[in-house]
Design a protein around this ligand. Structure first.
Ligand code: NAD
Ligand code: UDP
Length: 320
């Protein structure tokens, strides 16, 4: 009998890739999403698959699934700064009430649950690179606080269910991940720069561009998450690619990749934008025997190919 897995945030970027992964590994998949930032086109290829079903549901409301559920992956949450600034209360609710509902379901069904936490729990980090032992530096009342604190609460309630109710839990601290199916207008730097290059616009670097990020290709991320779910480790694990780059150098790489003649222009740095970010992945290497394999050059080519094939209508659609 196939194992049955519930994936929340299924029509989003990471959730849709996870649905594909679990179908290809022989699981029965239940995707759940309220489509607030996701898009059904990311999973429409699965609708004909007899082992895939979709629930259009908001996880902040009581979650009911008939039958057994072996695993739960809780990925529902706005994830880009402009999304969570636009819907701050929903962001807090999905991390808190949504996580509570899913932990309750895990307890009832005796499922193992993996929650999607984030490098944002480290805030604007004073320790570099970030190890799982670092407690973070988050401005609770700043604009990004709605996301960071929702995720920090999510980790706390997950550990409480683990310790108090004995629920089998896994916590992935996901660092910036990219690839096909990101939303062109979600404001995150990779779709932003590629979209600008494709539309012939200048690339907008925020601040002086000397802030750093470390970008992980989606296939590596999904492989890491899958290993973590199947491991027996219940404390948080960083999953990301440690190759760090400044945003300015990254903008130059995108201009080279896309062969565009656009300039770089500078815009103000958003409040509390972290100055540096790089995962220490020693724990993932040791416990999961995992490390990323896809170079930024390779991953960016694959991502650019995806965005290049979008229609002109999608390319010029503005959401904001
Ligand atoms: P995404 O916006 O593409 O996907 C999120 C999905 O969750 C969307 O389909 C959205 O409609 C759904 N959703 C939001 N609120 C919901 C609710 N109340 N009920 C049901 N569905 C809801 O974002 P993503 O990049 O795929 O991120 C997925 C998860 O991974 C998030 O929890 C995010 O915090 C986490 N994460 C992602 C990254 C990254 O770099 N992509 C980094 C760290 C953490
Ligand atoms: N950024 C930028 N120009 C853009 C979008 C983002 O310079 O058009 C910067 C942003 O200020 C941040 C970095 O790129 O320093 C990564 O931003 P993203 O929103 O992708 O992720 P996060 O800040 O959540 O890591």
């Amino acid at each position: 009998m196939k194992k049955r897995v519930l994936i929340t945030g299924a029509s989003g970027f990471l959730g849709s890739h996870l649905c594909d992964k679990f179908i290809s590994e022989g699981y029965e998949v239940i995707g759940m999403d309220n489509l607030i930032t996701g898009d059904l086109k990311n999973i429409e290829h699965l609708f004909k698959n007899e082992f895939f079903e979709f629930y259009h549901h908001d996880v902040t409301k009581f979650v009911h699934i008939p039958g057994k559920v072996d695993y739960i992956l809780h990925f529902a949450s706005p994830a880009s700064p402009i999304d969570y600034l636009k819907i701050p209360i929903q962001t807090l609710k999905v991390g808190s009430l949504g996580t509570h509902n899913l932990l309750g379901l895990a307890r009832e069904k005796n499922s193992r649950i993996l929650i999607a936490s984030t490098s944002e729990v480290y805030g604007d980090p004073l320790v570099h690179p970030q190890t799982e032992e670092y407690y973070g530096n988050v401005n609770t009342i700043g604009p990004r606080g709605v996301y960071d604190e929702a995720k920090r609460f999510q980790e706390s309630i997950t550990m409480a269910y683990h310790r108090f109710h004995g629920v089998e839990t896994r916590i992935a601290r996901i660092f910036n991940t990219y690839g096909p199916r990101m939303r062109l207008n979600d404001g995150r730097v990779i779709p932003a720069f590629i979209g600008q290059a494709l539309r012939g616009e200048d690339l907008t670097v925020f601040g002086d561009g000397l802030q750093t990020r470390s970008f992980c290709y989606v296939d590596d991320q999904v492989r890491g998450l899958y290993s973590l779910l199947l491991s027996d480790y219940s404390l948080p694990v960083n999953i990301g690619n440690p190759h760090e780059i400044t945003i300015l150098d990254f903008a130059k790489e995108v201009i080279k990749l896309t062969g565009s003649s656009q300039k770089i222009i500078y815009e103000p740095l958003p409040k509390d934008d972290p100055l540096q970010r790089q995962p220490d992945i020693s724990k993932a290497k040791k416990i999961l025997n995992w490390e990323p394999k896809v170079s930024r050059e390779e991953g960016m080519k694959l991502t650019y190919d995806y965005f290049k094939n979008l229609s002109q209508e999608e390319l010029f659609k503005s959401e904001h």
